[in-house]
Design a protein around this ligand. Structure first.
Ligand code: SF4
Ligand code: SF4
Length: 127
C-alpha cells in the first residue's frame, strides 16, 4: 500500500499481479481526491459496463460520474486500472459492495467476473 497525492494505491488482487502501481492517474481528474484504492487488472477490456451498473445500483440511473468504480486507461501501456471509492466525495458514491444483493451489480455485467470479484474482495479486506 502506498499513499500518493492523497490517493491510496494498492496492488492488487492476488490472482492479478503484485507490486506497486507506477502508472499515471491522469484519467482520475474530476474523480474523488482521496479514499480510493487502485487495482491493476490484466483482463479488463475497458468496456465500462461496471460503471454503468454501479450508477444504476446507487441511483437507478446510468451515470458513470457517480459510480464507485472507475476504469482508467493507463495510457503508458496496454491495459487498465480500476479504482474503487472508499468514501463519498463530490458526486462519487462510496462502494457498499452491493450489500443485500446476491452478486455485486458490477460483477454481474462484467465479462471478467472472477477478476473483478477478486478485486472487490481485496477492496473489502484492505478497507
Ligand atoms: S465491466 Fe469488467 S471488463 Fe468491463 S470495464 Fe468493468 S471491469 Fe473491465
Ligand atoms: S460492488 Fe461497489 S463498485 Fe460494484 S456495483 Fe456495487 S457499489 Fe458499485
Amino acid at each position: 500500500m502506498q499513499n500518493v497525492g492523497g490517493v491510496t494505491l494498492i496492488l492488487i488482487a492476488p490472482s492479478v499481479s503484485a507490486g506497486l502501481c507506477q502508472h499515471p492517474l491522469d484519467p482520475m481528474s474530476g474523480v474523488a481526491s482521496g479514499g480510493l484504492m487502485i487495482f491493476e487488472t490484466k483482463k479488463c477490456c475497458g468496456c465500462k459496463s461496471c460503471e454503468m451498473a454501479c450508477s444504476y445500483h446507487h441511483k437507478g440511473v446510468f451515470s458513470p460520474s457517480i459510480a464507485s468504480i472507475k476504469v482508467l486507461d493507463t495510457k503508458d501501456r496496454l491495459g487498465f486500472v480500476i479504482s474503487l471509492a472508499e468514501q463519498n466525495d463530490g458526486r462519487v458514491i462510496a462502494c457498499d459492495r452491493c450489500e443485500g444483493l446476491d452478486e455485486p451489480l458490477c460483477v454481474k455485467y462484467c465479462t471478467e467476473r472472477d477478476e473483478l470479484q477478486d478485486i472487490l474482495k481485496e477492496f473489502s479486506h484492505n478497507r
